[in-house]
Design a protein around this ligand. Structure first.
Ligand code: ATP
Length: 438
């Protein structure tokens, strides 16, 4: 499939079927902001739930938190974000558009765009790059003259460090341990784009894993988390050939990172960062002047931290892209059943047979108690299959004439299109076996 074409198809499917809409669509949208529709919120929630299950519930060394978006600005001063959370910005001296100087693709494209002054074609000329801070400001307070400037958090990470002492004193965690968090972050991105890939409001899923400040421990933990995170994407069905690691060059590392590698996805617009694994050393805790005292051994030290920081919007987009396939005359989203918005759809074979409808509704009402289930009685069965394939529903259940006689239904598999007859009584358990596993 032609790659640009693929992005157009994804964007159009996302809007048409209720996955992702431009934010404030009725007013022409707002650059860098997106809304998740009825199916998108399910997909995104499923991704978040799978992540939380894997990172918190299945382990005994990670606890979760949910910190506030707005924090005391001292946090951002100490963390270095006010001084160094910036991207290099250049301005085209001809048309005054601004771009990220390190986004080579955008810069080259802009240079290829014809620029005219008084009808004469002129070459693009750039200003020198300057550091543009990405933190978005907001103002608090009811008396205008006394308003306090605050920041919308540029990463969710700092909420963990600022709560480090509270977490240690209120729970049973001991180094090594991790703190997991999911939440929104905001960045005044210079060039938002590629659909939701680079947004100004987005969600992150992160674990900060605290270890003893020892080189060997650091290397071991960094390696371990790299593998864990890659395995998580693979386990949810992302194709191996579309994922890779990329170590950061020393000059692209964030101000806090001792070492950093990205998990990248082979997007239609190039290999792009999906998640970062960062060795932050003791940068953050020491900037916040926090030390750890081991309650058992009594020793005091500043732990190092290995961070896994993934973007949920990027994961959602890349799961959609990865799952998209065109099969003869149908479009199929081959989403892993764990993240598919609906696990099953129920159809009465005919929409004008009351007995069929009533039995189908019973099946539908029952399945909905177990997992998200769709209903469709429009058009013919072929159209209904098409419609469910396009949103990734793994199983379609049809109630037909035989169902009235022997209380069985057909269960059609999205990927193979094969059909089986299953007893209605056993249906929920059968489907749960296919789509659920804690
Ligand atoms: P990039 O180099 O693409 O700007 P980054 O290296 O600044 O990303 P991090 O600060 O490491 O990103 O953030 C961790 C994760 O948060 C990224 O891997 C990505 O998935 C997600 N993320 C960061 N910025 C955005 C954004 N503007 N829109 C959507 N997701 C984002």
């Amino acid at each position: 499939m032609e790659q640009n074409n693929l992005m157009e198809k994804i964007v159009s499917l996302a809007k048409r079927r209720g996955f992702i809409f431009p934010s404030s669509d009725i007013y022409g949208g707002i650059t860098g902001f997106w809304d998740y529709g009825p199916l998108g919120v399910e997909l995104k929630n499923n991704i978040k739930r799978e992540w939380w299950k894997n990172m918190v519930y299945k382990r005994d060394d990670v606890v979760g938190i949910d910190a506030a978006i707005i924090m005391n600005p001292e946090v951002w001063k100490a963390s270095g974000h006010i001084a160094a959370f910036s991207d290099p910005l250049v301005e085209c001296k001809v048309c005054h558009n601004r771009f990220r100087a390190d986004d080579k693709e955008v810069i080259i494209n802009h240079e290829k765009t014809p620029h005219n002054i008084n009808g004469v074609l002129v070459p693009v000329e750039w200003t020198d790059p300057r550091n543009f801070n990405l933190l978005i400001r907001a103002y608090l307070g009811v008396v205008e003259a006394q308003q306090n400037e605050v920041y919308l958090r540029g990463e969710i990470t700092q909420g963990v460090f600022a709560n480090f002492k509270n977490i240690v004193s209120s729970s049973r965690v001991r180094v090594p341990f991790g703190v997991a968090q999911i939440g929104k972050a905001f960045r005044n991105e210079i060039t938002p784009g590629h659909f939701t890939f680079r947004s100004r409001e987005f969600e992150q899923m992160e674990v900060e894993y605290f270890i003893k400040p020892e080189e060997e421990e650091g290397e071991k933990a960094f390696d371990y988390w790299k593998k864990e995170r890659m395995q998580w994407y693979l386990g949810l069905g992302m194709k191996k050939e579309n994922l890779r690691f990329r170590p950061h060059e020393p000059d692209e590392r964030a101000h806090y990172a001792r070492s950093a590698e990205d998990i990248e996805y082979n997007a239609p617009f190039g290999w792009k960062e999906l998640e970062g694994i960062h060795h932050r050393g003791d940068w953050d805790l020491s900037r916040h002047k926090i030390k750890y005292q081991d309650p058992d051994a009594g020793e005091e030290y500043t732990p190092w931290v290995i961070e896994t920081s993934g973007g949920i919007d990027r994961a959602t987009l890349f799961f959609l892209i990865d799952a998209y396939s065109e099969d003869k005359d149908r479009v199929v989203l081959k989403l892993h059943p764990k993240i598919a918005p609906y696990k099953a759809a129920v159809f009465p074979l005919l929409a004008n047979k009351p007995e069929l409808i009533s039995l189908a509704r019973k099946v539908y009402d029952d399945l909905r108690q177990h997992f998200p289930t769709a209903w469709d009685d429009r058009g013919n069965i072929g159209k209904r299959y098409y419609s469910q394939d396009e949103i990734g529903t793994p199983y379609c259940i049809t109630v037909d004439h035989q169902s009235l006689e022997d209380k069985t239904v057909t269960v059609r598999d999205r990927d193979t299109t094969e059909q089986k007859r299953i007893a209605i009584q056993k249906l929920a358990d059968y489907l749960k076996d296919q789509v659920y596993e804690f």
